[in-house]
Design a protein. Structure first.
Lengths: 282, 288
């Protein structure tokens, strides 16, 4: 019984690992191919199946005029939009989460839980529902096709995540901590800034990582709300996926785009193993 | 504590969120009562004509909605079962535990559209590795993207690959936070692993499971990126979801007024059905 169980367990883990890794291996292999080795028959292993070339990687940094796919600028755009929107969301979200965790609000039938739910429920909003009005809204105030416009929209995407994680986190930071600080003569802002915040760094990191993940992987808003001036990474890569697809540069740019966040997987795992994440995620 | 400080903490975030959202929502409702399209791009008032059209004369929207329900419920169930299984397996000590945990987390860190571009080449019917490897086993080429039924399963496979890690993360974080005593008690009673799971682990995990399932359902109900790149809703309308249909009506055919009607109806249906699902799940999973 237990031997069978162990066998099944390792079988399943191996199967899933292969499934997870397969598209990456395929992309790595494809990124070194040329026209011949993509289009004649399916090939896998460099040198054995086909002669590898660096062409797919070289076009990434060439300018479009020379037939390249300039990926550097979209890269920095994506980093800028993701980080700015995450920082603003974390800042505002943390303040709001602290208020919702420590004070009681009452307005008509609205209670703390309802306000928290209001924040989190913004995730229900399908992007398509918001995209048309945002399109018109941003063109009215002249922010269509600009980085700032995207940051504004991304705050709506990311603040709910920040509030969701931080409310739960603050609920676990003992109240006595702030109370002691207040008795010691801090005003509420000092108590928050000097005492509560330093004790909430794991929560802030987890919230920050989630904001970065969900900001970085968004495609739809960037796709609808920008055209030529500003391009984000996912839009750029998908644009490569045209009718005659150069699979090699497509794979190379895809790998470059997903690489930075894989580091986040390591950080999340570290927090998970230390037991900090369980507090921040429930 | 002083009365007004709490507002200083809450209001910046609350008002920024409301400030950004209030216009789109009011605008959508107003737009849904207009006949804005590419011929008459203006905010006229045509009453509930659009809503009558939606409820009496648009089977394509309702088909896309049922397709969306099918796709999101199926993917979330699969993600839950697989995610729970994976979390159970790397919960306790096994070899290379941390390595496997990282591997299982990686897909959710990758951009769905970009990975879908890779999946498209992966499932390519003549040049992709899947059909080639299956061909080596003597299986005939499978029409992963151009068969109406199989295309749905391709979408499901990609979605499961992408988002099982999220379920895995929430459930593993939950497992790691469980108290030790109930497991000790079960061990003293000599419970088998199976009984331990049914009577101890699963009930303790029920609240976390419900939370995880609802979060994933909310996110899955927005399936769009994958479909957009993988099949563009095709073949025909076989993988078209509500979001994608609204996108076609609004931003390809420029029937803005009607698209707003669809959006608003869709949003109301989503809120109602997710509330019901949350209530039912809570009833089903937490007994006593």
């Amino acid at each position: 019984m237990s031997k069978l169980y162990t066998f099944l367990k390792y079988f399943f883990i191996t199967f899933w690992t292969v499934f997870v890794v397969a598209p990456f291996l395929w992309a790595v292999s494809t990124s070194f191919k040329d026209f011949q080795s993509v289009n004649s028959k399916v090939t896998y292993i460099p040198w054995l199946d086909f002669e590898p070339t660096l062409e797919g990687w070289r076009v990434l940094i060439k300018s479009p005029a020379k037939g390249g796919v300039d990926i550097v600028e979209p890269y920095f755009n994506s980093i800028f939009v993701t980080c700015t929107a995450s920082l603003i969301s974390i800042f505002l979200g943390t303040l709001a989460a602290y208020a919702l965790s420590r004070f009681t609000f009452k307005a008509g039938f609205v209670r703390n839980n309802d306000i928290t739910f209001f924040f989190i429920s913004q995730r229900i909003m399908p992007p398509i529902v918001l995209s048309i009005p945002f399109f018109i809204f941003l063109s009215t105030i002249g922010l269509l096709d600009s980085l700032l416009g995207l940051v504004v929209v991304y705050i709506v995407l990311l603040m709910p995540i920040a509030v969701w994680i931080m409310v739960d986190f603050f609920n676990r930071v003992p109240k006595e901590l702030d109370e002691t600080a207040l008795i010691d003569g801090c005003n509420p802002y000092q108590a928050f800034y000097k005492v509560v915040l330093p004790n909430s760094i794991p929560g802030l990191i987890v919230a920050g990582m989630f904001c970065i993940i969900f900001g970085w992987i968004d495609f739809f808003f960037a796709f609808i709300l920008t055209f030529t001036e500003v391009q984000l990474l996912p839009v750029k890569v998908v644009a490569l996926n045209s009718s005659i697809t150069p699979w090699w540069s497509l794979s190379a740019s895809a790998l470059v785009s997903v690489a930075p966040l894989i580091i986040v997987a390591f950080i999340v795992e570290r927090y998970l193993s230390k037991g900090n994440l369980s507090g921040a995620l429930k | 504590m002083n009365f007004k400080h709490k507002f200083v903490f809450l209001f910046p975030g609350l008002f920024v969120l409301i400030g950004i959202l209030i216009f789109p929502i009011i605008f959508t409702i107003r737009l849904s009562l207009s006949g804005w399209n590419s011929y008459t791009p203006e905010m006229n008032f045509i009453g509930i004509t659009n809503y009558i059209r939606l409820f009496t004369d648009d089977p394509r929207f309702w088909e896309s909605f049922f397709r969306l329900s099918f796709l999101s419920v199926t993917t979330v169930i699969l993600q839950y079962v697989i995610g729970f299984a994976l979390a159970m397996m790397v919960w306790r000590e096994i070899k290379f535990k941390r390595f496997f945990r990282v591997i299982f987390l990686v897909p959710m860190m990758t951009t769905p559209v970009i990975m879908t571009v890779i999946w498209r080449t992966f499932f390519h019917e003549s040049l992709g590795p899947v059909n080639d490897l299956l061909g080596g086993l003597g299986v005939k080429p499978i029409l992963w993207l151009s068969d109406p039924v199989i295309a749905k399963f391709t979408v499901i496979i990609v979605e499961v690959w992408q988002w099982t890690p999220f379920m895995f993360l929430l459930l593993l974080a939950g497992l790691l936070s469980l108290p030790k005593e109930p497991f000790l008690a079960a061990a003293i009673d000599g419970a088998s692993p199976f009984r331990k799971f049914v009577y101890v682990t699963f009930p303790l995990m029920a609240p976390i499971s419900i939370g995880a399932i609802i979060i994933r359902l909310i996110e899955a109900s927005k399936i769009m990126d994958t479909v957009f790149v993988l099949t563009s809703g095709g073949p025909g309308t076989a993988t078209e979801t509500s979001s994608f249909y609204i996108y076609i009506k609004g931003l390809r055919e420029f029937q803005m007024g009607y698209a707003a009607t669809l959006s608003f109806t869709y949003l109301v249906i989503m809120i109602i059905s997710l509330t019901i699902i949350a209530k039912v799940l809570t009833k089903l999973m937490i007994k006593e």
